[in-house]
Design a protein around this ligand. Structure first.
Ligand SMILES: NC(=O)c1ccc[n+]([C@@H]2O[C@H](COP(=O)([O-])OP(=O)(O)OC[C@H]3O[C@@H](n4cnc5c(N)ncnc54)[C@H](OP(=O)(O)O)[C@@H]3O)[C@@H](O)[C@H]2O)c1
Length: 235
C-alpha cells in the first residue's frame, strides 16, 4: 500500500503519519511539508517539500508517483499573526478571505486534478480531506468566522463534486470529508479556552478515529462528510 499524507508536518497530519507507520508497517509512506522538514521523524518516510496551494508544485509532486492508494489531506488554515477568524462583518478583509480559500479549498481541487489518474490505478483508492464542521451550512447556528466557514463549505462542495465525477471516471475510488473535532494543535490554540471538558482531543486520539473511518470507507460512502465519531454530518 502506498500512502501520501499532505501536511505531514501539521498537528493532526503528523499524528496520522505516525499512526500509519505503526498500523501499516509494510506500507510505503510519503508526506509533504511546506517550509521546514520535520526533525526526528521515521527514516522510512519519504518527505516532499510542497506548497499545495501552488498548482505547479502539486503537478510536480504528482509526477513523482505512478501509483497511490491513499491520499490524506491534512492541510488547513485558520489564523495568521495579523488576523484571526472574523467575529462580525466589520473585520472581514479580502486578503484574509483569499488566504482561507487558497489554503483550505484550492489544495483539494488541485490534488484531485493531478492525482485522479494515479488513484485510478489502485484497486481501492481513497482520498480523505480534513474539513471542519463549521463548514456545514445546515449546522451554522453561531455565525461569525466568515472566511474559514466559507472556505470549508467550498471545500465540501469540491469533495461532493469530485465524487460525482469519479462515479464515471474513477469508480473504485472513494473521496470523503472529515471533521476531526477540536484538537489540541497550533491551529486551535487561541480558541481552546471555551472548549467543554473532555472535548479537546489529542492529535493521537483524532488520528485513530479518522484512520478507522478511512479504513471502513468504500465508494458508496464517497461524497459524504463524517465526524471523528463516525456520524455523517449534513452539508
Ligand atoms: N485543530 C482543530 O481543532 C481542527 C478542528 C476542525 C478542523 N481542523 C482541520 O484539520 C486540519 C489539520 O489541522 P491541524 O489542527 O493539524 O492544524 P496545524 O497543526 O496548523 O496543521 C496545518 C498544516 O497545514 C499546513 N499548510 C497550510 N497551508 C499550506 C499550504 N498551502 N501548503 C502546504 N501546507 C500548508 C501548515 O503548514 P505551515 O505550518 O507551513 O503553515 C500546517 O502544518 C485543517 O484542515 C483544519 O482546518 C482542525
Amino acid at each position: 500500500m502506498k500512502i501520501l499524507i499532505i501536511g505531514g508536518h501539521g498537528g493532526i497530519g503528523n499524528a496520522i503519519l505516525l499512526l500509519c507507520q505503526q498500523r501499516y508497517p509494510s506500507a510505503e509512506l510519503h508526506a509533504t511539508y511546506r517550509q521546514t522538514r520535520p526533525q526526528s521523524q521515521p527514516d522510512e518516510v519519504t518527505w516532499h517539500q510542497v506548497d499545495v496551494s501552488d498548482e505547479s508544485q502539486v503537478h510536480k509532486l504528482s509526477e513523482q508517483f505512478t501509483h497511490i492508494d491513499w491520499i490524506i489531506n491534512c492541510v488547513g488554515f485558520l489564523h495568521n499573526k495579523h488576523q484571526g477568524p472574523e467575529k462580525s462583518l466589520a473585520s472581514v478583509s479580502s486578503d484574509f478571505f483569499s488566504e482561507n480559500i487558497r489554503r483550505n479549498t484550492l489544495p483539494t481541487l488541485l490534488l484531485s486534478k493531478y492525482f485522479t489518474p494515479i488513484l485510478k490505478r489502485s484497486e481501492a483508492g481513497k482520498m480523505a480531506i480534513l474539513s471542519a464542521k463549521v463548514g456545514s451550512i445546515k449546522d451554522n447556528r453561531l455565525g461569525g468566522w466568515y472566511s474559514y466557514r466559507a472556505s470549508k463549505a467550498a471545500l465540501n462542495m469540491i469533495v461532493k463534486t469530485v465524487s460525482i465525477e469519479w462515479q464515471r471516471t474513477c469508480r473504485k475510488a472513494t473521496i470523503i470529508a472529515l471533521h476531526p473535532g477540536t484538537t489540541d494543535t497550533a491551529l486551535s490554540k487561541p480558541f481552546q479556552a471555551n472548549v467543554p471538558t473532555g472535548k479537546l482531543f489529542t492529535p493521537g486520539d483524532v488520528a485513530r478515529d479518522l484512520i478507522a473511518i478511512i479504513e471502513r470507507s468504500t465508494p458508496e460512502h464517497s461524497g459524504r462528510f463524517y465526524s471523528y465519531s463516525g456520524e455523517e454530518l449534513p452539508w
